[in-house]
Design a protein around this ligand. Structure first.
Ligand code: ADP
Ligand code: ADP
Length: 241
């Protein structure tokens, strides 16, 4: 059974922009699916509909066999514990320590909105897990540094560590390396691949550079003006996308 099924998904923003037009596809469990397309083609909207930051206008989303398109807030919070998210601009809490940011992952998935009610006292076991996650992404020594004191690549590794402690079944990554330089990009992509291969976390990743798509993904879809215009293997993509 696919981990994710998208059926006839439509998203029309309140201003009338049709960002997604009848998009359907499935994501097999364990896949590393890249979503490609020019800026404005609907990639980000797609991920935001999947984790319900945005409400789809029509169509349906099945996660682990369950229709999550119209579930209530309480149920959504449960589902989101199993869906991690990594953003282009990292979405860390600047004035908090790196360790604190990673610990936030244990509270379940973060979204664009500020997550209210920060824990003041974290369980010892969670703290140990957070240190371990920081070790895995190679920045154990930054645990007590403020998040805004890090470089872009380091910030994205903190975001990945935050996902590691969340231990989701599905990870959504929205242009995770778009604001990083090429060598840092490869390092961050390698950590995403480890998550996918060593922890069996299915990944859906918006990417712009075709070289990264070819190097890292197992499946690809392409969007153009909100429509799915390609679905296949990375080796089948031609430069025209
Ligand atoms: P440039 O023309 O300066 O290389 P582009 O952003 O058009 O800038 O392309 C950069 C890289 O992204 C190239 O490798 C290109 O093949 C790839 N690319 C271009 N358009 C897309 C797209 N819609 N989706 C994914 N990759 C793309
Ligand atoms: P991509 O991630 O491929 O760059 P987006 O999903 O961000 O594409 O955008 C798809 C289309 O929806 C674009 O035309 C964009 O301008 C529009 N759009 C994105 N977010 C909003 C919004 N909150 N309100 C209105 N239009 C939006």
């Amino acid at each position: 059974e696919p981990i994710l099924q998208i059926k006839n998904l439509v998203k029309t923003y309140p201003n009338g922009t049709k960002a997604l037009k009848n998009v359907s596809f499935e994501v097999p469990k364990g896949a590393f699916l890249s979503v490609i397309g020019l800026s404005g083609s609907g990639k980000s909207t797609l991920l935001r509909c999947i984790n319900r930051i945005h409400e789809p206008t029509a169509g349906s989303i099945f996660f682990e066999g369950q229709d999550i398109t119209h579930i209530n807030e309480k149920h959504l919070r449960e589902v989101r514990k199993n869906i991690g998210m990594v953003f282009q601009h990292f979405n860390l809490i600047d004035r908090r320590s790196v360790l604190n940011n990673v610990l936030m992952g244990r509270l379940g998935q973060l979204n664009d909105h500020f997550l209210g009610g920060i824990f003041q006292k974290w369980p010892e076991e969670w703290i140990a897990d957070a240190h371990e996650a920081l070790k895995i992404v190679g920045i154990a020594d930054k645990a007590y540094v403020r998040a805004d004191g890090l470089s872009g690549g380091q910030k994205q590794r903190v975001a990945i560590a935050r996902t590691l402690v969340q231990n989701p079944h599905l990870l959504l990554a929205d242009e995770p390396v778009a604001s990083l330089d090429p060598s840092t990009s490869y390092s961050v992509m390698n950590y995403l691949r480890d998550l996918n291969q060593k922890r069996n976390i299915t990944v859906v990743c918006n990417l712009h550079f075709l070289s990264l798509v070819r190097d890292y993904s197992t499946h690809v879809i392409a969007l153009r003006n909100g429509e799915k215009v390609f679905e296949g293997k990375p080796t089948d993509i031609t430069e025209q996308w």
